[in-house]
Design a protein around this ligand. Structure first.
Ligand code: ATP
Ligand code: MG
Length: 834
C-alpha cells in the first residue's frame, strides 16, 4: 500500500475513492522478513502476490467486513464454519459486525496490539485490524486456534481500518478521513480454494516443483528433507525471477544483497538435493512460462535473468570451493591456540566476504567440537546491516527545521521556469544560516524564498539553476537552487551589491547558458537511456543520473561491461536521433495514463497523481520534471566518454554534449597531432608507427630477458639440489639480477623440474631479492609464502605471497647465504607438520 500512503494522509489526491490491487510483494528483508520461514512452513514466501481492496474516505469497517466475508464465502465458496476471526481488543464495532454477519462468538477472538493493530512502519498511517483465518482441519499439524503454531489455522486476509497517523513521538492523530486497506495472499487463497493444505500444493507451485523435481531427480512428496529443499528452491526461483526483472542485480548492499542471499540459499539447497553445478538459471524459465502471461515484463527479461542467475551461481560454487580451505585453516588455528570457539569476526568474514553460508560454518564447528562466537558474529552482522541500510536508503538531504518552518508559513513557490528564464518575484523570506532575517546586506550568504520563480531547483538528477536576482536596492548572485520539500524553492547565493529586504520585488534571471547546457545534457540522458535499452535489452534500468551543465552521468542495471561495439552503437544511435532534430514534447497527465502510454517510471520512485511526461518521437517516453531542449538537434553532438562499473551489476556512463563534446573531439585531435610530432609521423600514420614501436620493444625485452638468464646461469654459486621426503628442492644464488630476472629464472626452473621447490636469491646494488616457487602438486605440503617469511628475516626484510609463488626484498646482502641455507630445513619441517 506504499503508493497510497500519501492518499491516506490527505497529502495526495486520486480521481477515485476506491481501488482494488494485485501487487508483487517481497518479504525477505527489512521490517517484514519471512526468508527463514520459507521451506519450514507451507504458507510463507519471500515473493508473493498480494490482493487488496482500498477505500480512501469512502466505505469503512462495515462494508470492508461485508465485502471480505461475501467474497470468501459466496464467491470463492469456502465453508462458513471453518473461519476464525480476530479483532482488536478494543474494537467493539468490528466485533459486533462480525457477530451480525453470522460468525459464532466461539470463533471470534480479541487480540492485542501485536496481532491486531496494523502499522505500515514505525510512523505513518495505522489502525486496528481484523484478520480472517481459515482452519484447514485436524489432518494438518498445528494449533487449532489463530496465531498459534503450525499451518493448521492460517491467516488469509487482513482488513485494516486505517484511522490514525502515528508521529515520531508515538502519538496518534486521526487521519483526515477513515480509510480501508486490506491484504490477502493469493497463494494462500489459491491453496484453500483448491482444497490443498499447503501453498506448495496449489496449482501456482505444482508446475515449478515438477520442473525442479525433473532437474534434481527427486519427486516432491517422497522425502520430507528433500521436500523442504524443493520448497525453498521453488519459492526462491520466483523471487529471483521477479527481482531481477525489476532491475535488481546481486550485490552486497540494499536490495541487491537481499537478492544475493536468496539466490545463495537456493543454490545451497540445490547442493543438499545433490546438484553440484549451476541449475537455477535454467529453471527460472519455468517461472516465466508459468507467470509470463500475467506479468509480460518477465518475458522481456527472461534471457538476462537466466544468464545473471547462472553467473551468480557459478561464482557461489567457486566460493564454496574457495571458502572450505579457509574454514579448515580457521578451525585448525582456533584449536591449536587452545580456544573453544571460532571468533565471530572471522566467521563473519567467511560469511560476508566469501558468502559462506552460516549453517555450513556451524556444521563444521559441531564436527570439530567447537563453538561459534554467536554474539561476536551478530555484532559484526549488525554493523554490516547498518551499512547496507544506509546505502539502500534514499539519501535525503537534511532540511534545517527553520527552513521547514518558514516554508510552511510563507506557502509554496510557483515554479514557472519551464516556459521562461526571467520573472518578477516577491521575497517571502530570507535566511542567514539558521536565522530568519528581514534584510541582508552586501557580502552576506543567504537563502531566499520567492513567491514566483523561474529558477529550476535541483531534482531528478538535474542540478539547480544559477543566475541573479536584481532588486530595487541591490543584487543577489545565485549559485544553487534546491527544493528541500515539495513546492518549496530555495535560492542560495550571496548579496553582491546593496541589500535585499523581505517584501522586495526582485527580477529573477536564470543564467541562460548553464540552463541550456543542462537541458542538452538532460535530453541527451533520455536518448541515452532509450538507446541503451535498444542496444543492450529491456533489462537496462536507470539507477541514478547526474545532469549538470558541463557533463552527464548515467548509472544503470547491466551485468557486464559494454563491448566497444556496444559503446559505438549506443553513441551512434543517440547521434542519429540528434540529427533527426525530433521535437521534445512535454505533457502533464494522470499517472495511470502515463504508465498506460508506456512512460518509463523508476523503480522505487514515488510519483504524485499528476505527472509530467517527456517524449521524443516514439523513441523515448519518461516521467520527468527536468528542463529539456525544444528539439534534439540543439544537443549538437553526443560523445560517450567513459563506461565503467560502480557496483556489482551497475554500470556508469559519462558523456558530453554540445560545446563540451566538440571541445573533447578537438582535444583528442590535438593530442594525436602532438603524438605525430613526437613520433615524426603524420596523423594517419600514428597507429602504424606505434604498433611498430611496441613490436620492437617486445623484441628488446625478450633479448634482455635472455641476457639476464645467461648472466644468472653463469653465476659463480652453483645450485644446490637435494631431495627431502621425496620433494626436489633447488636452491640457487644468482647475483646481479633483479626480481623480474629471478622470476624468469624461477619459471624456467619450474618447467624443468615439473615438481619441486625452488628458492632463489640475488643481491644487486646493496639490495636483496628472494623468490620461492612451489609447484602446484606440492602446495598442500609446502607453501611458498611460509618459506619466504623465514628467509626474509635473515636479510632484514619482509615478504609474502601465494602458496605457489612468493617474493621478498631485503637490505642486508650479508644475510643472503644463510637465508638460502634455511630453505632445506624449512621444507623438512613443513613436510613433517602435514
Ligand atoms: P502471518 O502471520 O501468517 O505471517 P502476516 O500477519 O505477516 O501473516 P499480513 O502482514 O497481515 O500477514 O499480510 C496480509 C496477508 O498477506 C496475509 O493475510 C497473508 O495472506 C499474506 N501473507 C503475509 N505474509 C506472507 C508470506 N510471507 N507469504 C505468503 N503470503 C503472505
Ligand atoms: Mg497478521
Amino acid at each position: 500500500m506504499n503508493q497510497f500512503k500519501g492518499v491516506f494522509l490527505g497529502e495526495d489526491r486520486r480521481p477515485y475513492r476506491r481501488a482494488v490491487t494485485a501487487q508483487k510483494c517481497m518479504r525477505a528483508g527489512g521490517k517484514h522478513n519471512d526468508l527463514e520461514n520459507v521451506g519450514y512452513t507451507r504458507r510463507h514466501h519471500t515473493f508473493f502476490e498480494m490482493l487488496g481492496n482500498f477505500s480512501f474516505g469512502d466505505y469503512f469497517t462495515a462494508d470492508a467486513i461485508h465485502f471480505g466475508w461475501d467474497f470468501l464465502t459466496s464467491r470463492v465458496g469456502l465453508a462458513k464454519d471453518r473461519f476464525w476471526i480476530t479483532v482488536f481488543r478494543e474494537d467493539d464495532e468490528a466485533y459486533a459486525l462480525w457477530q451480525k454477519i453470522g460468525v459464532s462468538p466461539s470463533r471470534l477472538v480479541r487480540c492485542g496490539e501485536k496481532d491486531n493493530f496494523w502499522q505500515m512502519a514505525d510512523t505513518g498511517p495505522c489502525g486496528p485490524c481484523s484478520e480472517i483465518h481459515f482452519d484447514q482441519g485436524p489432518s494438518v499439524p498445528g494449533d487449532d486456534t489463530p496465531n498459534g503454531e503450525g499451518d493448521r489455522v492460517i491467516e488469509i486476509w487482513n482488513l485494516v481500518f486505517m484511522q490514525f497517523d502515528r508521529s515520531t513521538d508515538g502519538r496518534l492523530t486521526p487521519l483526515p478521513k477513515p480509510s480501508i486497506d486490506t491484504g490477502m495472499g493469493l497463494e494462500r487463497l489459491a491453496a484453500v480454494a483448491q482444497g490443498r493444505f499447503s501453498n506448495y500444493d496449489s496449482d501456482l507451485f505444482t508446475p515449478i516443483l515438477a520442473a525442479i523435481g525433473k532437474r534434481v531427480g527427486h519427486r516432491y512428496g517422497a522425502d520430507a528433507t528433500a521436500d523442504r529443499s524443493m520448497r525453498v528452491v521453488a519459492d526462491h526461483l520466483r523471487a529471483i525471477t521477479f527481482l531481477m526483472t525489476d532491475g535488481v542485480l546481486p550485490s552486497n548492499e540494499g536490495r541487491g544483497y537481499v537478492l544475493r542471499r536468496i539466490l545463495r540459499r537456493a543454490a545451497r539447497h540445490g547442493r543438499l538435493l545433490g546438484v553440484n553445478e549451476p541449475f537455477l538459471g535454467e529453471l527460472t524459465a519455468t517461472v516465466v512460462e508459468q507467470m509470463g502471461s500475467a506479468y509480460p515484463e518477465l518475458q522481456g527479461a527472461a534471457g538476462t535473468v537466466t544468464e545473471v542467475t547462472q553467473g551468480e551461481e557459478e561464482r557461489f560454487i567457486s566460493t564454496l570451493d574457495q571458502g572450505l580451505p579457509i574454514l579448515t585453516d580457521l578451525v585448525r588455528k582456533t584449536k591449536s591456540a587452545g580456544q573453544s570457539s571460532l571468533s565471530g569476526e572471522s566467521v563473519f568474514k567467511l560469511y560476508d566476504t566469501y558468502g559462506f553460508p552460516l549453517d555450513l560454518i556451524g556444521e563444521a564447528c559441531r564436527e570439530q567440537g567447537l563453538q561459534l562466537d554467536e554474539s561476536g558474529f551478530q555484532r559484526a552482522i549488525e554493523e554490516q546491516r547498518e551499512r547496507a541500510r544506509k546505502s539502500a536508503a534514499f539519501e535525503v538531504a537534511a532540511v534545517s527545521p527553520v527552513l521547514t518552518e518558514v516554508a510552511g508559513r510563507v506557502g509554496p513557490s510557483k515554479f514557472i521556469g519551464y516556459e521562461r528564464l526571467e520573472a518578477d518575484g516577491v521575497v517571502q523570506a530570507i535566511l542567514i544560516g539558521e536565522r530568519q532575517v528581514a534584510e541582508a546586506k552586501e557580502g552576506e550568504e543567504v537563502e531566499l524564498l520567492l513567491d514566483v520563480t523561474p529558477f529550476y531547483p535541483e531534482g531528478g538528477g538535474q542540478v539547480g539553476d544559477q543566475g541573479f536576482l536584481q532588486g530595487p536596492e541591490g543584487r543577489v548572485d545565485i549559485r544553487e537552487t534546491a527544493k528541500p520539500a515539495p513546492s518549496v524553492v530555495v535560492h542560495k547565493g550571496v548579496v553582491r551589491t546593496g541589500l535585499v529586504r523581505q517584501g522586495h520585488q526582485l527580477h529573477a534571471s536564470v543564467n541562460p547558458t548553464t540552463r541550456q547546457d543542462a537541458a542538452k545534457n538532460h535530453t541527451a540522458t533520455h536518448l541515452l537511456h532509450a538507446a541503451l535499452r535498444e542496444v543492450l535489452g529491456p533489462h537496462v534500468k536507470q539507477y541514478g543520473s547526474l545532469v549538470a551543465p558541463n557533463r552527464l552521468r548515467f548509472d544503470f542495471a547491466h551485468f557486464k561491461p559494454l563491448s566497444s561495439r556496444d559503446v559505438e552503437d549506443v553513441e551512434s544511435l543517440v547521434n542519429a536521433r540528434v540529427q533527426r532534430n525530433d521535437r521534445v514534447q512535454t505533457a502533464e497527465m494522470g499517472i495511470q495514463e502515463a504508465v498506460a502510454a508506456g512512460a518509463m517510471a523508476f523503480f522505487g520512485d514515488k510519483y504524485g497523481e499528476r505527472v509530467r511526461v517527456v517524449t521524443v518521437d516514439s523513441f523515448s517516453k519518461e516521467l520527468c520534471g527536468g528542463t529539456h531542449c525544444r528539439a534534439t538537434g540543439e544537443i549538437g553532438l553526443f560523445r560517450l566518454v567513459s563506461e565503467t562499473g560502480v557496483a556489482a551489476g551497475v554500470r556508469r556512463i559519462e558523456a558530453l554534449t554540445g560545446t563540451g563534446a566538440v571541445m573533447q573531439v578537438r582535444r583528442l585531435e590535438h593530442d594525436i597531432r602532438e603524438l605525430g610530432e613526437v613520433l615524426k609521423a603524420g596523423p594517419s600514420d600514428v597507429v602504424g608507427k606505434v604498433k611498430k614501436l611496441v613490436a620492437q620493444l617486445k623484441d628488446k625485452e625478450r633479448e634482455l630477458e635472455s641476457l639476464k638468464l645467461k648472466l644468472a646461469s653463469g653465476a659463480k654459486e652453483e645450485a644446490q639440489v637435494r631431495t627431502i621426503q621425496g620433494i626436489k628442492v633447488h636452491v640457487q644464488r644468482a647475483d646481479g639480477i633483479d626480481m623480474a630476472g629471478l622470476r624468469a629464472l624461477g619459471d624456467r626452473l619450474r618447467d624443468r623440474l615439473q615438481s619441486g621447490v625452488i628458492a632463489l636469491g640475488g643481491a644487486a646494488d646493496g639490495k636483496v631479492s628472494l623468490l620461492v616457487v612451489v609447484t602446484k602438486d606440492l602446495i598442500a605440503q609446502v607453501k611458498a609464502g611460509d618459506l619466504i617469511k623465514s628467509m626474509a628475516t635473515e636479510v632484514g626484510g619482509t615478504g609474502g605471497g601465494r602458496p605457489e609463488l612468493a617474493q621478498a626484498g631485503g637490505k642486508n646482502p650479508e644475510g643472503l647465504d644463510s637465508a638460502l641455507a634455511k630453505v632445506f630445513e624449512a621444507v623438512e619441517q613443513a613436510v613433517k607438520k602435514t
